[in-house]
Write a protein that binds this ligand. Structure first.
Ligand code: HPA
Length: 271
């Protein structure tokens, strides 16, 4: 990754009208409906944006959409890149650097995740307060990272407190079943064993998923305030573990999605 590549990606998008978006949004697996809220949308397919990783994603259509939500200019990633698809840490976080250079001032991230905390139920929304990186790598471990910012990025409060407080207030006001907790990221694509779910609980995770943490690390590198929510799609109870069905995960994500959309829409209004 070089600054010149980012410049070329940004130039391509700017030419197509992606002018100074204020907010970037990453939509997780099964969570694409928010794009229907975008007014005056302009699309750019990942495969057409110079230096973007080539999209091979099964569950996503893979495009960047620019437009307006609640009167604010947004750029939305419909579909993200995952380590489990064979991309590396630089690939999956490249779009975050591009959106940052386009001018976003805040980043919203969503994902589908399994509930490790058994007080949480599938269909609940979990605001991520902190994370555990179990993906055995970092999007900042590359040779010329110093050209892009600090190497030793502070992670004492990686999720923006002001936006977290706003989201919590919105959830209470709107009566949305809402949890807060720690997200652990794994590579996947295989789901976890019972022993792994027991371990995740012991080390303090409330939810587990296969994304988000690399994007959050890069947002912190860029000093870009970020807020992230998980849609809990399955309950990871090692004592009663049912075989995980990906179709079921997608179905639950779709059912809970309106709550996530409501939270993001109201948050956009308040920023
Ligand atoms: N584990 C990992 N990733 C997931 C899960 C899970 O149980 N559910 C949704 N994404």
């Amino acid at each position: 990754m070089t600054q010149k590549q980012i410049d070329e990606s940004v130039a391509y998008l700017t030419k197509r009208g992606f002018e100074t978006p204020e907010i970037g949004i990453v939509l997780g697996t099964g969570l694409g409906e928010l794009v229907n809220m975008i007014e005056d949308p302009t699309e750019a397919h990942y495969n057409h944006i110079p230096y973007f990783p080539l999209a091979t994603v099964e569950f996503h259509t893979g495009k960047l959409i620019y437009g307006t939500i609640e009167g604010k200019k947004v750029v939305v990633m419909q579909g993200r890149f995952h380590l489990y698809e064979g991309y590396d840490f630089l690939d999956i976080t490249y779009p975050i650097r591009v959106m940052h250079q386009l001018g976003i001032k805040k980043l919203f991230v969503s994902n589908a995740a399994g509930a490790i905390n058994l007080d949480f139920k599938k269909g609940d929304i979990m605001l991520i307060e902190d994370h555990i990186n179990l993906q055995s790598g970092s999007p900042l471990a590359f040779k010329n990272v110093g050209k892009f910012g600090n190497r030793f990025v502070d992670m004492s409060e990686p999720y923006d407190l002001e936006m977290r407080n706003k989201i919590e207030a919105i959830a209470v006001r709107e009566n949305i079943s809402f949890q807060k907790g720690v997200y652990a990221s794994v590579v996947g694509p295989q789901l976890e064993t019972k022993a792994e779910y027991r371990m995740l609980k012991i080390i303090g995770a409330d939810a587990v998923g296969m994304s988000t943490v690399p994007e959050v690390i890069v947002a912190n590198h860029l000093r870009l305030p970020i807020v992230a929510v998980s849609v809990l799609t399955d309950e990871c109870d090692p004592k009663n573990l049912e075989p995980v069905d990906v179709q079921e995960i997608l179905k639950i994500a779709g059912q809970a999605e309106p709550k996530m959309i409501k939270l993001f829409k109201e948050l956009i209004k308040e920023l």
